[in-house]
Design a protein around this ligand. Structure first.
Ligand code: 0WD
Length: 253
């Protein structure tokens, strides 16, 4: 029970295939207390039974592009819990037309949308929740190898993930004196709702099965267990880091 009593806010559970769901299950199994955001009413309906199943203590509306909703979330979290120990950012978005074809075709609006939702939102959440995160707290976000190498069709999201990974290092530096750690997990490809927006995603999965040292794809449960390690005091000297949970693909890819 490495997370016994720790209060974890999880952003990005859309359904039970979400990476954030695997993270939440592992957190629950390790003794954490949980609360979840939802973006809009459609996701709220889906989230309610999931939160119940995982023993979530409350859910709250928070579109990460809205400073007002982020401020409201902080207020609510203060009322409910006072402080938090863990913040999980498992959120990303890019327009479908920007996840196919030539990267050079990315529009200004598409670029800014991807950057806003997928990268800036981490900074916005860290800034807003700074006052409630306990010393020894842990911030965890999700990234992908397309930030480092060209992965067909990942395009603008690769650029957004590069910004996110760099933000992890700067945020870790800002939070370090408080004892709060900031890290990213770079997960191998997983068939989720977001992933289905990427053109020819099946080919990426097949490529991993053939080329990754473990010759298979990663599961959300495996990503979840690494997140539990990062959320726990077991990783107390790990910060500003990108941890690969990808069946070893980045070592050969
Ligand atoms: O292969 C993959 N699936 C990988 C995903 C490999 C490596 C990393 N990742 C990352 C993603 O880029 C993302 O950062 O993991 C994170 C979680 O993605 P996921 O679990 O693959 O996707 P999904 O289940 O769709 O959850 C992402 C959620 C959204 O779901 P939908 O499908 O409704 O877009 O991000 C949330 C939303 O719940 N989200 C937002 N939340 C608040 N405000 C917003 C927003 N503006 N936009 C999207």
């Amino acid at each position: 029970m490495i997370l016994e009593g720790k209060k974890a806010l999880v952003f990005g559970v859309a359904n039970d295939r979400s990476i954030a769901y695997g993270i939440s299950e592992s957190f629950k199994n390790n003794g954490a207390r949980l609360a979840f955001n939802y973006m809009g009413n459609a996701i709220k309906k889906r989230l309610e039974p999931i939160s119940e199943k995982l023993g979530g203590e409350f859910i709250f509306q928070c579109d990460v592009t809205s400073d007002e909703q982020i401020a409201e979330s902080v207020k609510l979290v203060k009322e409910k819990w006072g402080t938090i120990d863990v913040l999980v950012h498992s959120v990303a978005f890019a327009h479908k037309e920007d996840l196919q074809g030539r990267f050079i075709e990315t529009s200004r609006d598409g670029f800014l949308t991807a950057m806003n939702i997928s990268a800036y939102s981490l900074i916005a959440l860290c800034k807003a929740f700074e006052e409630v995160i306990n010393p020894n707290g842990s911030v965890i976000c999700m990234t992908y190898y397309g930030s480092q190498k060209v992965i067909p069709n990942y395009n603008v999201m690769g650029v957004a993930k590069a910004a996110l990974e760099s933000s992890v290092r700067y945020l870790a530096s800002d939070f370090g004196p408080k004892g709060v750690r900031v890290n990213a997990i770079s997960a191998g490809p997983i068939k989720t709702l977001s992933a289905s927006g990427i053109s020819d995603f099946r080919e990426i999965l097949n490529h991993i099965e053939t080329h990754a040292p473990l010759r298979r794809n990663v599961t959300t449960a495996e990503v979840g267990n690494t997140a539990s390690y990062l959320a726990s005091d077991m990783s107390s000297a790990v910060t500003g880091d990108i941890i690969y949970v990808d069946c070893g693909f980045q070592s050969v890819g």
